[in-house]
Write a protein that binds this ligand. Sequence first.
Ligand code: NAP
Length: 247
Amino acid sequence: MTKTLGLIGAGNIGSALARLAVAAGLDVVLSNSRGPETLTDLVAELGLRARAATPAEAAEAGDLVVATILLGAYEKLPAAELAGKTVIDTMNYYPDRFGPIAELDEGGPTGLTSSALVQRHLAASKVVKAFHNIDFVRLFTLARPVGAPDRSALPISGDDAAAKAEAAALLDVLGYDAVDIGTLADSWRSQPGTPVHVDPYFTAKPAQELSQEEMYGWYLRTPGTTVGIDQVRALADSAVHATPDHA
Ligand SMILES: NC(=O)c1ccc[n+]([C@@H]2O[C@H](COP(=O)([O-])OP(=O)(O)OC[C@H]3O[C@@H](n4cnc5c(N)ncnc54)[C@H](OP(=O)(O)O)[C@@H]3O)[C@@H](O)[C@H]2O)c1
């Protein structure tokens, strides 16, 4: 059972997970690229269960570690300190926004998944993809305790059954049911552009045209929509590769 959650990345997703983890009674060790001293405010807000460290220290401290940086920096994840651990990968590939990664583009839509690439770098760790298909606001606001009628589910994928069970147990504690959609090679079924990615948790649209600032306020305030286990499975099953045949 996870007692200490290590976080490599303390931005939108990392801080949302840290808040959920502290609320669930876990200890968290947060890290970023600029150094622990830049996380003072967040650690103060999180309270006594939180501390800041370097990425290598967070990796060593975590019973389970979440890698939640931009995918382009995946080779900076501290492989030696993460060896032997389950690592949850929240990272998505957005070539248009953050630049292309040749190895992901070479194979085309049926090639290497981003999480398989991360697993290759973290060869001695067990990578599980999770928390990648929901935006950071809804990730926080849709979390519910076990048995709540409006509890949502999230897809997980990975190559190691025990690591997936560990990740599912973490999801459970943080407020989500887990739906196992297969291996890291299968994780394309939940990548950006697929039916289970972000939109289902976020169905409401603003009633009128908004300025950029108003839009952001709306984004922060608008409630999420419950997406249950059966719906997650059906959405993941319905994914098709964006090949020319299915474009
Ligand atoms: N935003 C969402 O709603 C959302 C939803 C699902 C999945 N995701 C995915 O989750 C990941 C994180 O997204 P985000 O929105 O949380 O990003 P973000 O707000 O930009 O935060 C990124 C974090 O990663 C840290 N970081 C960058 N390079 C690092 C390194 N080499 N070592 C340690 N930490 C490093 C940054 O620290 P510094 O600030 O010190 O550089 C920052 O704390 C992305 O891959 C994204 O695709 C995001």
